[in-house]
Structure formats: C-alpha cells, structure tokens
Design a protein around this ligand. Structure first.
Ligand code: ADQ
Length: 729
C-alpha cells in the first residue's frame, strides 16, 4: 500500500515568527487535535497551510519545509492576502454561515469565490508534485471542496476520500449558494464522501439528486464509468488520552487548584471556539434566567465560560466577542456580590491538563451550540469523567446528539427548556449520573478517533477496489475491438436490444421517449445487413412499438415477453395463453397509490399494470412504491402474478413471462454464432441469464448484473452499434 496523504486547510503544526525566530506549535481545533494523535502511526504525509504568511516566510521557507517534513508535514504556502479572501471571506463568511443555517450572515462575492478556486488549485499543485501511484488521498472539510475534482483531472485513477466536518445543510439552504453545482461536482469526484450523521448524508444525496440529477442506490451514486459512495462516520476523540490524563498527577494538581478557588460551589462548564454557531449568548441568557428563578443557588455555583479565540479577523467574530464581554459583565453585575462572581470567563486557549481538570471539576457541561457538525467538547467531557459523575447537557442540533442519547438534550431556542435542563442536571442523583455516563463512555471508548479513521480508510479501500472492478467490467477498447471483430466475422448474428434506457435515455413521461432518427437508421441498417436478426425486447405495449418500428424489418417483444412479433410477421402472437381478469381487482389499488403520489400515474398494458413515478418527488415516490409492493404481495399470493420493482416503476404481471423466455425463442431457433444482448434494468437481467455460453452481454449503467460488461449510457450504445457497421481497413 502507498502512503496516506491527509490534506486539510491547516497543518496540525502552526509556524510563528517571533523576534526573528521560527516557532512550531500544535494547532487548535477539532480536526487538528483529533487526527494529529494518530497520523504518525500511518505511513502518512499531512499537507496543509502552516499558518504563516508566504511573504513573511519567504526567506525561511526551506527551513520551515525541512522542519515540517521531519514531522511528516508538507507545507502549502499561501499569502495573508490569499488567506483573507479564500478563508476569511469565502470559507468563513459564505460557506460557514450557510452550512450552519445562518443564511442571513452569508455574503456572496465573486472575487472571494475566485480566491477559493485558486487556493484549491494551489493545494492541487502541491499534491500533484508529491503524489505517487498507490497513494491514498484524504481531503478534509469545507475549505477544500473543489479539490477532489481538480485532483481527478490531473492524476491517473487516484483514490480520493473526502470528509465534511461541518453539517451539510438541507437543500433549501444549499441551493442558495451561487456556486452550488461546482461545489457538488467538486465533492462528487471523490470515491468516498463521509459525514458525521445520516441527516447530513441525506441532505447531500438530495442535493445531488435535485441539482445534478444523479440518483443514488444504497449510498452509491453511479456517474459515468465510476461511482461515488456516501457514508456516515461519526468522528470520535482520543478517548484514552483524556481518560488517562483525568487520573494523572498533573491534572490532580490542577483540580486541587480549582477546588481551592471554587470551594464547595457546583460548577457549570462551557468550552467553545469563539463562534456564533456555538450559542454562547443564548447560553448566558439562560443562565441569567436560571439565577432569577432559582435564588437558592446564589453564591452556591459557578459558571466557567472558556472561549478560545477564533477568526478574529472577521468582523462578525469581533462583534460577538464584544457582545460576550458585555453580557458576562451585565450578568455578573446583576447577580454578583463582593464575595461572589457568578461567571468566570476565560478568553484564550487553555493547556491540555487545565482543560481536563476543568472537565473533571465541572458538575455540569453545558454544550449548547445552535448548530454543530459534531462537537468534540461533549465527548471530551464524558471521557474525562472517570469518577463516574457529571451531567452533559447537549443541544439537539449538535451532530453528537445522534450518538449521545443519554445526555440531557435541549432545544437551544427554547430558553425555558434550557433553564429546565439545568434544574434537571442539579437534581440528578449520583446513581443516575453514573448510569448515563457509563453507557455513553462505553460507546465513545469503542468508536474513538482511531476507529473512526480506520473505518473511513477501510471503506475507502473497499470502494477503490470496487471502482477497479467496475473499470475492468466497462467495455474497454480491447474487448470492444474483439466484439466488433466477432460480429463482422460471424455467419449468423442476433442482436437483442432493450429500448428505454438502452437505445434512448429516460424521459419524465414514457410517451416522450420517441426514437431519434439516428436510432431508426441504425436499426434499419443493421436489420438489413446480411444474416443479421435484430430483436427489440421491450416492456412497452404493442401499439407504441408498432407505431415506431412497424416499418422496420425486425423482430419485436412487447410487455416484457407477453407478445412476440417475428420479423416480417403481420400480427403479434401471445407467448402463452394468459388471462387478465386480475386487473379488475388490482387496478383500484394502483389508482389509490397514484392519487396519493403527485406526479405519478398508472400505465395499463394488456397483461400488466404499472405504477410509474419518475416525475414524483423521489423520496415520496420511493416510499409509496415500497408500500405498494407490500400491499400487492399480500394480495397476489394466490393469483399467479409477480410484482416487480424497476427504475421508478412498480409493475404487476402474470408470472412465468419474462424477457429471457422470449429471447430464448429466437436463439434456440436460429443457428447463431454471434449473439449480443444489451439492456439497462432488472427485466433485462432475465435476458442476460438466459443467454447461451459465448454470447456477448452488456448492461447500460452500473450496479450488479449478470451481463459481462457495462457501458455508461444510451449514447455509448448507439456508438457501439455504429462501430459494428464500420469495417476497419
Ligand atoms: P470545531 O468547531 O473546532 O470543529 P469542536 O468539535 O468542539 O469544534 O472541537 C473544538 C476542539 O478545540 C476540541 O478538541 C476542544 O478541546 C478544543 N478547544 C476548545 N476550546 C478550547 C480552549 N479554550 N482551549 C483549548 N482547547 C480548546 C469542527 C466542527 C465540529 C466538529 C469538529 C470535528 O465545527 O462540529 O466536531 O470539527 O469534526
């Protein structure tokens, strides 16, 4: 296996220049702290910005590079101006607010977007320089959403994973972004896309479906000759680091100091990066109200508010800082006394041991972001409570709430709820605290940051191998040449061709899928070639096929094998005698589902009924289809009928009739030495399975199939058919 290239905006090491000397310090933030503890154990190279202006560092660049490389880090140098435009404007003032459901804070600037593109390009150049075949690239977060696509266009079949650490918002938010298509296409070039929760993954899939028109199947989105997998990996923490630090003498000493200063008082702790998404002001307001309502707690508790400076260059953050300062002052003024200051406020990064000591000393952790991708502070608090005490109050809108059901969860917009949660926390018995903690701790210990990374990387490897398999199944140049040669040298040929989705793409209404002139001419030329039989095997009813292809010298199969029309025959014949009385009973059920599903309709053929929902909202359509199938299965057990689910269609027909049995009629009668079957959906699988050895079979699109090869689209099928007719010199 090659190396692991981790790519993120910031390196886990930040470089500062003070009084002419370079200093290398660990970076802050969830991603850096999470991944840095484990990347050293992989054969990894971490690629990112070292946090120092390109201009300031120009003379020292070689030294920085060398020292960072010794720590397996490769710096990407950006100027302060580039960082201002790309990071402070586009990332922090466009993507961040929009993805956290603050559209009113989002600004849309073309020049910031250009800077974002340019920065992604700079990262791409740096990676292209060091990438070797076999290396795995793992791109992190919203600063680099265009990077996967850029890399795919420059490297030969790279393996790329992408993880988004912030929420992926609902389509109603995401569609507001002027560059939404570019962003989606950028991410979609990855082999694997990871999110913290199913909600985010679902929102992403909905945006891909709605804005790019790509459907997904079991978290896989096939596009062209590859597919993108979307999955959920809730990020964990370095659990044992926190748990063992909690009992260390250094932390013990820090806890003693805290005890001295807080004395017997109960403590509420909150720890955040300075950010409006973290709900710091709302939390303070709720604390104010809690003190109003609960005078018995006066002088008996302490609210420890720790805020780490962040994005201070962005005006909104500077304003938030001012608002927090003022509100803390106001609450302390209102409730405090000479002996007691209710809120202890720290605005700086806190050393690890002090942080763990705070976690250990806090009776309650108040983690109430308005919106948060995951929130690692909540998990760090739990891991540090080796003493089996402590209550976590957690906002429903933090990704972590999906895993931490035993926390006291709150709706942060409901101040009453927040106040009540504090009352609940203070009233909770030690036994209950311990019980809740133990369940959450067990989960966090198992799925720690190492498992998270391993899980992501294993899934990425699996996806890459599946991609490789897919590539080998695609009808490549060599197999194609052999197919054309076999066709041209054969004495008797049979072409079994499906129509919808194979010769023409799908349309929202089946009646619109009229054959193009090109398809008609191709079918005509092929069927007029010597010793060549062309058979159209379709699910459509006879009238459409007759209307479109009646003039051609070809064989036809309608309604998935119910009706056959041999070449040159005037009339259709029934494959075997069938009855359709069942339709009277089943039709009302179909109609009921169609009435309840806007955009759907019931298609009636001689021996089948179909619920077509390609034009419906696809989530509703899929749901109704599943309900309909269950309903029908119960009803049709005694009726010798089969229920089939296809691409946006549920169909009921007489059992025992299928395309494979119809196709057999042709190849068992003619003495063919070349047979080619092409189709795109489940009904064509019957044809593929029925084929004799040595026949060629091609599925249009990707996914599991009995066919030997895949082709990407109907356009590629027509090109292949044209190639059959082209004799090479
Ligand atoms: P962040 O928004 O940075 O991360 P979070 O997950 O809470 O948020 O991580 C913050 C990290 O910084 C924690 O490890 C914490 O210990 C540390 N920290 C916070 N305040 C500190 C202080 N004053 N001193 C020292 N350390 C401090 C983004 C997303 C999150 C997601 C993570 C990981 O916004 O939703 O959980 O990435 O994917």
């Amino acid at each position: 296996m090659g190396r692991l290239l981790i790519v993120s905006n910031r390196l886990p090491v930040t470089v500062h220049k003070r009084r002419g000397h370079l200093h290398f310090e660990p970076s802050a933030g969830g991603l850096a702290t999470g991944l840095s503890s484990l990347y050293k154990s992989y054969n990894a190279l971490w690629i990112g910005w070292p946090g120092i202006d390109r201009k300031n560092s120009s003379a020292d660049r070689d030294e920085i590079r060398e020292k960072l490389l010794a720590q397996n880090c490769l710096p990407v140098f950006l100027s302060q101006r580039e960082v201002d435009e790309y990071y402070n404007k586009f990332c922090s003032a466009t993507i961040w607010p929009l993805f956290h459901y603050f559209p009113q804070y989002a600004s849309y600037s073309e020049s910031a977007w250009k800077a974002y593109e340019h920065a992604n390009q700079t990262f791409c150049d740096a990676i292209v320089e060091v990438w070797q075949q076999g290396d795995i690239i793992w791109v992190q977060d919203f600063q680099l959403m265009l990077l996967p696509r850029m890399l795919r266009s420059r490297l030969q079949d790279p393996t790329i994973g992408f993880f988004l650490h912030i929420p992926f918002p609902s389509i109603e938010m995401f569609r507001m972004l002027p560059w939404r298509t570019e962003i989606l296409e950028g991410i979609m070039a990855s082999d694997l896309v990871g999110f913290h929760t199913w909600d985010y993954a679902g929102h992403f899939l909905a945006s891909v479906r709605f804005l790019l028109g790509h459907e997904s199947w079991m978290g896989r989105i096939p596009v062209g000759d590859r597919s993108t997998r979307v999955d959920v990996f809730p990020m964990g923490i370095d659990y044992s680091r926190f748990a063992s630090a909690a009992n260390s003498p250094e932390v013990e000493k820090e806890v003693d100091k805290l005890n001295e200063s807080f004395r017997e008082r109960r403590t509420i702790l909150s720890v955040d990066r300075l950010d409006y998404t973290k709900g710091i002001l709302q939390r303070l307001d709720a604390f104010d109200l809690f003190l109003d309502r609960n005078p018995q707690y006066r002088e008996k508790l302490k609210f420890v508010l720790v805020v780490v400076p962040s994005r201070t260059m962005v005006a909104r953050y500077a304003l938030l800082k001012k608002q927090i300062d003022e509100l803390v002052g106001a609450i302390n003024g209102k409730h405090g006394s000479l002996r007691w200051t209710p809120i202890t406020y720290t605005y700086r990064s806190v050393p690890f041991e002090s942080l763990v000591a705070l976690y250990r000393r806090a009776d309650v952790a108040l983690v109430t972001p308005l919106r948060d991708g995951m929130n690692l502070v909540a998990k760090e608090y739990l891991a540090s409570r080796t003493d089996g005490r402590g209550v976590l109050i957690l906002s429903e809108t933090a990704g972590a709430a999906k895993e931490l059901g035993e926390a006291v969860t709150v709706n942060v917009n409901n101040e009453e709820d927040l106040v009540a949660s504090l009352e609940t926390a203070f009233a909770m018995t030690d036994a209950e605290q311990g019980e809740r903690l133990r369940v959450m701790q067990r989960r966090l210990r198992r799925y720690d940051v190492r498992r998270w990374a391993e899980d992501f990387l294993n899934t990425l490897q699996e996806t890459a191998s599946a991609q490789e398999e897919l590539r080998t199944r695609v009808l490549g140049a060599q197999a194609r040449r052999k197919l054309v040669k076999d066709y041209q040298q054969a004495q008797r040929r049979l072409l079994l061709l499906d129509y919808d989705g194979t010769l023409v793409p799908f349309f929202s209404r089946p009646s619109k899928a009229v054959p193009t002139q090109e398809v008609l001419e191709l079918l005509s030329t092929l069927s007029n070639s010597e010793n060549t039989d062309v058979v159209l095997i379709s699910g459509r009813e006879r009238t459409s096929l007759n209307g479109w292809f009646g003039e051609l010298h070809i064989g036809m199969v309608a309604e998935h094998g119910v009706w056959l029309k041999p070449k040159g025959a005037d009339d259709w014949e029934m494959f075997e005698s069938l009855n359709a009385e069942w339709k009277e009973e089943v039709r009302p059920i179909f109609e009921l589902y169609a009435d309840r599903t806007p955009g759907s309709f019931v298609e009636e053929k001689d021996f089948s009924l179909a619920f077509q929902y390609r034009r419906s909202d696809s989530r509703l359509g899929d749901l109704r289809a599943r309900e309909l199938v269950l309903h029908l299965e119960a009803l049709t057990t005694n009726l010798n009928l089969q229920v089939l689910e296809g691409s946006k269609v549920v169909e009921v027909k007489n059992s025992g009739v299928n395309k494979g049995r119809a196709a057999q009629r042709w190849f068992s009668e003619g003495n063919y030495d070349f047979i080619l079957a092409i189709g795109d959906d489940w009904t064509d699988e019957d044809t593929f399975r029925a084929l004799p050895d040595g026949a060629w079979s091609i599925k249009v699109g990707f996914g599991t199939t009995a066919a030997h090869y895949n082709l990407g689209s109907p356009g590629k099928v027509t090109t292949l058919l044209r190639d059959l007719l082209t004799v090479e010199d």
